[in-house]
Design a protein around this ligand. Sequence first.
Ligand SMILES: Cc1cc2nc3c(=O)[nH]c(=O)nc-3n(C[C@H](O)[C@H](O)[C@H](O)COP(=O)(O)O)c2cc1C
Length: 330
Amino acid sequence: MFTVGKINIEKGIFLAPMDDISDVSFRLVCKELGADVVYTEFANAEGLIRQSEKTHKKLDIIDEERPVGIQIYGSTISSMVGAAKIAEEQQPDLIDINAGCWIKNICNNGAGAGLLKDPAYLQKLVKNVVDAVELPVTVKTRIGWDAFTLHILEVAKRLEDVGVKALTVHCRTRSQGHSGDPDWSWIPRIKEVVKIPVVLNGGIMTAEDVQRAFKETNADAVMIARGAIGNPWIFEEAKDILNNGKKLHPLSHGKKIRTCLRHLELAIKVKGEERAVIEHRKFYTGYLKGMYNAHVVRNSLMTVYDYHSVEEILLHFLQTLEKVNYAAAV
Ligand SMILES: Cc1cc2nc3c(=O)[nH]c(=O)nc-3n(C[C@H](O)[C@H](O)[C@H](O)COP(=O)(O)O)c2cc1C
């Protein structure tokens, strides 16, 4: 059970914080398709306290996406305390501290997974943040820095001791980055040493993986990152499997294309048409995956800058797909 502040969810399926992906438009699409809790892209603490407009934008949340967590990252206690207070002004449902990012610049500065190198300092930093805000504070981390420093059990206990309300564990080390097999066997071991909810992250790419993750680890919730990109139906499908033993919502080309357009419409509301259309290009590979001649359509989509052109290309493509399917069926 994931009980944090006002959130109370059994077998929750969460959308992970993902820089340049998990903006409000993607979070809403995932929410509409069943994500129980969504997280913002991480916001840099220094940027927030320096009042960078671009960084502050990352804190924008809307009521329809609740429950939502705002994630912040940084290495100094003063910047993280300041950033948490700024994040709190947006009134998210929780504030999440990133102690798992593997990017070199960030780790070398002592932020993200860099915090794992010194569990006592991580604990102190987190305690200061917990004490500075009213909202529940959670932490997202990894099982260790590398295979020789798998300190997650110590880290989990230290964080629980200073009042962290839940822990999300990407079951890889920092050295593994995003590749290699995640080791989910850490989740039950962590649950033995702490009472706070433990969220499993890493390697959930299909709805069936969600079921397997709960079965194998008894995690309090699971968090999906890459498995949701261009594939936000993973939440709905996983819920079908958990609740009914099978997928109930058929996934058609039409549904995929309409979701892709809905995602773009929402993005336009947030960032304006041209920017949204350009940034949406990174999602076409996922949304059109497996469709006949998708690469040709993707190439056309790279050349347009307004919603109507995208819609025209995609709806025309859908008609063609339906004709191909019809021809194959007769
Ligand atoms: C494009 C991208 C951006 C990410 N940005 C963040 C981030 O802002 N904060 C964070 O905690 N993790 C971030 N991550 C890591 C994911 O949240 C997640 O921990 C990792 O991808 C493993 O989960 P997965 O196997 O389901 O992809 C990012 C991952 C990707 C692929």
